[in-house]
Design a binder for this molecule. Structure first.
Ligand code: ATP
Ligand code: MG
Length: 421
């Protein structure tokens, strides 16, 4: 019996053309506003010491308690495939001393993340994010800048249905009073054992409980915005007015909390309705205490991560064409061995001159090769027959109009460059 074919692990999938190109285009679009705004590119390993996430993301979060791919190496080290990017990037900043140079440090990154989740549409065990962080400033303009850059990235992809949810979680000046008030309210509710434990441990996390009966009970819960200190309120108001100045619409959502423990003050989420049970296409916030949690000096920061997979799904839900280009501009069709050699040289020269080009391989006939030319997406086919070769020309065929003209072989590269310009 044949061995069954291998499949990608549960909760993961392959990106094959043209979705592969589409994913590249989504990531490029997310990075473009950052690259044009002075952000430096950073890459960290895809696994880290497990303690980094336990500490940095929060012991009681879903990510740390349920979703991490953790294992002990042959050498006895406890490591985890990164479930998120902020803790690793902050670790890298501290380790490399970036925080001792000019502040703020602005960084962006892009990569694979891993969470052991229940797989469904838009929720995978391996997914792709582009992230950005600004470290070393408490300026609310940085919070606003990041939100604007994310909104601009979504816009550049043609998305119109992304909404911005905005909240402030307050700083250590406001949080204790709110925490106590929320706890007091939650204790009056009839809750299950586990949720009651959460009320005592981390009451804000209860706000994130998606169960309808809990959400209903939470309608009367106190909201953080009523508990903000004057400093926190001023920060929040500045972010709001800068967003308004930048013509970014947002929705105040005083019950917004997010699945990581480290946030302070500004918190935001980008949501879209085309994703089935999911809605978040990205999110982030300010995390002024995270550096100290990781054993570093005080280093306030703000950042976001945008989900590339869900963004692509959102584009499809809006009926947008797949972004990204598959194929070439010129496709060479040689007929015969001598022509094939000339075509190889021609295509190499075109590519070196910056023209996307491909060539029919394997000595296929005219018909099969022209089919390949059509499939390649090329605007021009360059047909080289044996009589053409004797005359030192090739036939340049416009695949749109079907028009064809002979062009001298030694002028071909320049000729095509002009045609495509
Ligand atoms: P959710 O509430 O949907 O679980 P999250 O709050 O856990 O999302 P973040 O940690 O903020 O998500 O990650 C930022 C973005 O990464 C999300 O908005 C989403 O677009 C994407 N993302 C997170 N988890 C997954 C996943 N398992 N599969 C695909 N994309 C994901
Ligand atoms: Mg999650």
């Amino acid at each position: 019996m044949n061995q069954p074919i291998f499949r990608a692990p549960r909760g993961t999938f392959d990106l094959v053309p043209p979705r592969g190109e589409a994913m590249l285009a989504v990531r490029d679009a997310m990075a473009a506003p950052l690259r044009a705004s002075g952000y430096g590119y950073v890459e960290t390993p895809s696994f880290e010491e497990t303690r980094l996430f336990a500490r940095g993301v929060g012991e009681s979060t879903d990510i740390v308690t349920k979703e991490m791919y953790s294992f002990t190496t042959r050498g006895g080290d406890d490591v985890t495939l990164r479930p998120e990017g902020t803790a690793p990037v902050l670790r890298a900043v501290l380790e490399n001393g970036l925080h001792r140079g000019a502040l703020p440090v602005k960084l962006w990154y892009s990569g694979s993340y891993y969470r052991y989740e229940r797989p469904q549409k838009g929720r995978y065990r391996h997914f792709s994010q582009v992230g950005a962080e600004i470290l070393g400033t408490e300026d609310p303009a940085s919070d606003a800048e990041l939100i604007v850059l994310a909104v601009d990235a979504y816009r550049s992809l043609g998305l119109s249905g992304v909404r911005v949810l905005l909240n402030s979680l307050g700083s250590s000046e406001s949080r204790p009073a709110y925490r106590a008030a929320l706890q007091e309210y939650l204790r009056t509710l009839d809750l299950d054992e586990e949720t009651r434990r959460r009320v005592e441990l981390n009451p804000l996390r209860v706000l994130d409980d998606k169960r309808p009966e809990i959400q209903k009970a939470l309608a009367q819960a106190p909201v953080i915005t009523d508990y903000l200190s004057s400093g926190d309120r001023e920060h929040h108001e500045t972010v709001r007015s800068l967003l308004a100045d930048a013509a970014v619409d947002f929705i105040d959502d005083p019950r917004l909390v997010r699945g990581l423990d480290y946030y302070t003050r500004t918190l935001f989420e980008f949501v879209h309705d085309g994703l089935g049970a999911q809605s978040a296409v990205g999110g982030g916030g300010r995390y002024d205490g995270l550096s100290e949690l990781l054993g570093g000096p005080r280093l306030p920061g703000v950042g976001w991560a945008l989900g590339a997979d869900r963004t692509l799904l959102a584009m499809q839900a809006e009926g947008l064409p797949l972004p990204g280009r598959v194929g070439v501009d010129v496709f060479a069709v040689p007929l015969g061995d001598d022509a094939a050699r000339r075509a190889f040289g021609l295509v190499t020269a075109l590519r070196r001159a910056g023209v996307a080009a491909d060539v029919a391989t394997g000595g296929r006939g005219l018909k099969g090769s022209m089919k390949a030319a059509d499939r390649s997406g090329a605007r021009y086919a360059v047909v080289i027959g044996s009589r053409d070769l004797e005359q030192g020309v090739a036939q340049v065929k416009d695949l749109g109009s079907g028009e064809q003209e002979p062009v001298a072989l030694d002028r071909l590269v320049e000729h095509l460059r002009v045609l495509l310009a």
